[in-house]
Design a protein around this ligand. Structure first.
Ligand SMILES: C[S@@+](CC[C@H](N)C(=O)[O-])C[C@H]1O[C@@H](n2cnc3c(N)ncnc32)[C@H](O)[C@@H]1O
Length: 373
């Protein structure tokens, strides 16, 4: 069994923990912006292929003392790097966390990189080249007081990059956040889904992926595929299993609309890139003309709130309109608004039945729930 750590966006630790339990993770322990868990290699591959809300899956390889840079360098050299790295493989090191002496993450990463390539040179003269863009081995170092936790990053690039999004909107939501909102809203594939301000379509596309049980990692590559112990057969069997589990029909509509034609064009392009164009409907439509497409369902939207798009003062009317439309046209639905402005959310004028704090990137937000009777 290996120790793994999934990095997640602040506020989504519990949602990610539930997902990891669902794929068989052991000893799952959420902490600030991450989830510890244990499992074997198959679980590591599954976590990359199947989790919708995590950013990266790190595999811990050592915890060494690192009071200062000399101690860090010495202890990195105590490890047998030939288990993970051959001189022909490219390398990159990233670092998070600080202590009194190691207070510059860039320098700490450089010190670790130097220790590793010097270790290689002492053993045969050849050393790995550095490739910060697309390395064969990506090492993550986390400084935690007097210790450094060294991990291999099995994801390579962040898992929110599903690989289906060639086009991005003016303020696109990360795919991982969209998937988490669907979980928090308890949306299930038997319920119609609508995002009337869908921008580049992230929420409807993530809903369709989930509804069809399509593994979010099917469209991309992962860091572990260039590791020395990469088990191609195991990976192929997991891909086959994922394609066998995929559904080919959705019994409810999944709809996105937006008043911005360019946004809708992007949403179409994203749906096509993910092969979902037959399952998601996108339309250019002004919010004021929206009608409920069914007598029950889940609506989630992420209206502008002044930080990235629009000005707060001008947006009050939009929030008021949302409240009026919910009340008058969406009886039987559950609606959610993700917003970074509590001031604007008051304009909705309806009672919330739940408020969940989370982050959209660096912006503190609240997911507001409205049960519409
Ligand atoms: C923050 S963005 C949503 C981003 C989206 N979640 C995504 O992943 O790309 C807000 C969207 O609301 C849309 N919008 C603003 N006012 C609107 C209105 N009155 N009717 C319809 N859409 C509107 C904007 O065009 C914009 O695309």
């Amino acid at each position: 069994m290996n120790n793994y750590f999934a990095t997640v966006s602040r506020g989504l630790e519990e949602v990610a923990a539930k997902e990891l339990i669902g794929i068989g993770a052991k000893d799952v322990r959420p902490e600030f912006t991450g989830v510890h868990f244990r499992g074997d290699r198959e679980l590591l591959y599954k976590a990359n292929l199947w989790t919708r809300t995590t950013f990266r899956i790190l595999m811990q390889i050592a915890r060494i003392k690192s009071f200062n840079s000399d101690e860090l360098y010495r202890n990195v050299q105590q490890l047998d790097w030939s288990k993970y790295l051959e001189p022909e493989m490219t390398l990159a090191v990233t670092c998070t966390g600080k202590n009194k002496n190691l207070n510059h993450t860039h320098f700490t990463a450089l010190q670790i990189k130097n220790a590793i390539v010097d270790w290689q040179k002492c053993r045969g003269g050849k050393r790995s080249s550095i490739d910060t863009e697309n390395p064969d081995l990506l090492i993550n170092a986390h400084i935690d007081q007097k210790h450094c936790i060294l991990s291999l990053d099995s994801s390579g690039s962040s898992l929110h990059r599903r690989g289906y999004r060639p086009a991005i909107g003016a303020a696109p939501m990360k795919e991982t956040l969209a998937a988490a909102l669907l979980d928090l809203a308890e949306w299930t594939p038997d319920l119609p889904f609508l995002d009337p301000m869908c921008g580049s379509g992230t929420l409807p596309i993530e809903a369709a992926l989930k509804g069809l049980n399509i593994a979010p990692g099917l469209y991309r590559d992962f860091g572990f595929q260039t590791w020395l112990d990469y088990d191609r057969e195991l990976w192929q069997s997991l891909l086959k299993e994922a394609s066998d589990r995929q559904k080919h029909e959705l019994n409810v509509p999944i709809i996105g609309s937006d008043r911005d034609l360019n946004a809708i064009r992007q949403a179409f392009a994203n749906a096509e890139a993910s092969g979902l164009e037959d399952y998601v409907k996108f339309a250019r439509q002004e919010l004021s003309t929206i009608e409920a497409p069914a007598d029950r369902g889940v609506l989630i939207c992420n209206p502008p709130y002044g930080v990235r798009l629009g000005k707060e003062a001008e947006l009050g009317e939009l929030y008021q309109l949302l409240g009026d439309i919910f009340k008058q046209r969406f009886k039987g639905w559950t609606a959610y608004i993700l917003t970074g402005s509590m001031k604007l959310s008051k304009q909705v004028g309806l009672r919330t039945s739940k408020r969940i704090k989370l982050y959209n990137g660096a912006i503190p937000c609240t997911l507001l729930k409205y049960e519409l009777y």
